[in-house]
Design a protein around this ligand. Structure first.
Ligand SMILES: Cc1cc2nc3c(=O)[nH]c(=O)nc-3n(C[C@H](O)[C@H](O)[C@H](O)COP(=O)(O)OP(=O)(O)OC[C@H]3O[C@@H](n4cnc5c(N)ncnc54)[C@H](O)[C@@H]3O)c2cc1C
Ligand code: SF4
Length: 478
């Protein structure tokens, strides 16, 4: 246990950030690093609970009480080893995970959970500074070849685990850079991309090879891959966005969030978008439809590009300011949250449905909105009822659709491989062997579970790697 009386003596201290008005001037990360002393103090608050709910709340089952104790005792290198034993990429999760572990922490019963996410980030950042993050090269090769389709966190975690087991691993990526949504979805101000580059370097030294600009199912057929490899892992994400097919949808200036976010992420990498396909929020009245994290990323990006105004619309009703702890703990509670991007400036509206887009000279100029009432039906389910009030008009010259993702977008690959899909259109496989109906084909991440979180993708990548490893080592001859 860290310090027996730590949680009684020391209050939770939030991380410090650059002020909203300053950080919107660029796309850099804005969470300020905490001092070693402060983080050690915060770690000392951990009670080393008999049942560590944090450990179960974390999808990769990070061994949190152990590294809290090690940080308190200043054994940072061992803390990093323990952290790496369950999580390949703590520098990703330490920055962008919503931290279900903190919701599950016993001290969250009093709204004061251990600052687990910041402790995790500090351990790995220190690890990089001190040169403790090294390639783990397995010299005992199995001569088995594995192809991974997709280089998001699921594909990366899977590839790293398999290379460390001695297999020869090749990752195929249809985009021009590695990283999936970490690279082109999540904005730089939440996670700078140098962290992905460092891991690519490490993984290449461990024997993983990467091939960009190569779509499996188009540039290389599934049959070819099937011939060349002993096992294949589909980790292509769930990229088909939910659309809003209402009158006016074809007007110019209405875009899917990912088209907008990808361009900005590419700009941050030094690419140029000049001409009619460029999507920019500068000097525009921006409306973001969808109240989730993707919507927040659109807000942060719009403000940094110099939008005139930003409004976010959410069809669901405004959640309560505070959760009922005894009903929800240790699970992720439904409550009003304000993201760092929302903090930077946005007008938020709840219980509104967009009914129509209207335009001038082919460009969107306003939205017609209808107020919604959420009521219980006879079975106690919440149902949506449109109010009789007159529609509300909202000015807009850029509309960003951020209403989630419905399924993978890999029709060619699925047709060629004949893998079975489930009722949601995701690749069908369980969480025990991650194997599809097609022999030697496995799947992990959003492609299997639907759009989710980076930490779940890492978990699935690791577990699928374990399943592939068992499959390969149990086969005598390929
Ligand atoms: C805008 C946005 C912000 C988000 N923010 C957060 C956040 O803050 N925290 C968080 O935890 N989660 C966040 N998420 C969710 C998280 O990014 C995903 O759950 C996670 O990246 C899924 O990982 P994955 O490896 O399964 O798929 P992806 O990251 O989607 O990667 C799949 C990769 O496969 C490639 N691919 C697909 N088909 C093929 C093919 N046939 N051939 C070759 N390559 C192919 C794609 O190009 C892509 O690069 C966010 C999602 C979005 C859209
Ligand atoms: S639940 Fe919180 S206090 Fe308990 S072991 Fe985990 S981090 Fe420590």
């Amino acid at each position: 246990m860290a310090k027996a009386t730590g949680f009684l003596e020391i209050d939770r201290e939030e991380t410090k950030s650059i002020l909203p008005e300053d950080r919107v001037k660029n796309f850099k990360e804005f969470i300020l690093p905490s001092s070693t002393k402060k983080v050690s103090e915060q770690a000392s608050r951990c009670m080393d609970c008999g049942i560590p709910f944090c450990h179960n709340g974390c999808p990769v089952n990070n061994i949190i009480p152990e590294w809290n104790n090690l940080v308190y005792e200043s054994d940072w290198e061992m803390a990093l080893n323990v952290l790496h034993s369950t999580n390949n990429f703590p520098e990703f999760t330490g920055r962008i995970c919503p931290a279900p572990c903190e919701s599950a922490c016993t001290l969250n019963l009093e709204d004061n959970p251990v600052t687990i996410k910041n402790i995790e980030k500090t351990i790995i950042d220190k690890g990089y500074q001190k040169g403790w993050v090294k390639p783990l090269i397995n010299k005992n090769k199995t001569n088995k070849k594995v192809a991974i389709v997709g280089s998001g966190p699921a594909g990366m975690a899977c590839a790293q685990q398999l290379a460390r087991s001695g297999h020869s691993v090749k990752v195929y990526e249809k985009n021009d850079r590695i990283g999936g949504l970490l690279r082109y979805g999540i904005p730089n101000f939440k996670m700078e991309k140098k962290y992905i580059n460092k891991r690519i370097e490490q993984m290449e030294l461990e024997g993983v090879s990467f091939l960009c600009n190569t779509e499996i199912g188009k540039d290389i057929s599934f049959n070819q891959l099937n011939k060349d490899f002993d096992a294949i892992v589909f980790a292509g994400g769930a990229e088909r966005p939910r659309d809003l097919e209402i009158p006016g949808r074809k007007l110019k200036g209405i875009h899917f969030a990912m088209d907008f976010l990808t361009q900005q992420n590419k700009r941050c990498e030094g690419d140029n978008f000049v001409g009619k396909n460029e999507i920019l929020a500068s000097n525009k009245d921006v409306v973001v439809i969808g109240g989730g994290d993707t919507g927040s990323d659109c807000i942060g990006t719009s403000n940094r590009q110099g939008a005139k105004s930003v409004t976010q619309l959410e069809i669901m009703e405004k959640p309560p300011e505070k959760e009922n702890k005894l009903m929800t703990w240790p699970y992720w509670p439904l409550k009003l949250r304000t993201s760092s991007s929302q903090e930077e400036g946005v007008q938020r509206s709840w219980s509104v449905a967009t009914k129509k887009f209207e335009g001038k000279s082919g460009n969107v100029s306003k939205l017609l909105l209808q107020k919604i009432n959420w009521e219980k039906d006879s079975l106690g389910r919440m149902v949506m009822k449109e109010s009789n009030e007159n529609p509300i008009e909202l000015k807009a010259d850029l509309v960003l659709l951020a209403m989630g993702f419905v399924s993978p977008e890999n029709d060619d690959l699925f047709l060629q491989s004949k893998v079975k899909l489930n009722s949601k259109g995701n690749v069908d496989a369980n969480e025990i062997d991650y194997s599809t109906n097609k022999r030697k084909v496995f799947t992990a991440g959003d492609m299997r579970r639907g759009q989710s979180l980076v930490v779940w993708a890492i978990r699935e990548g690791r577990q699928a790697a374990e399943a592939v490893n068992r499959f390969l080592l149990s086969r005598k001859k390929v």
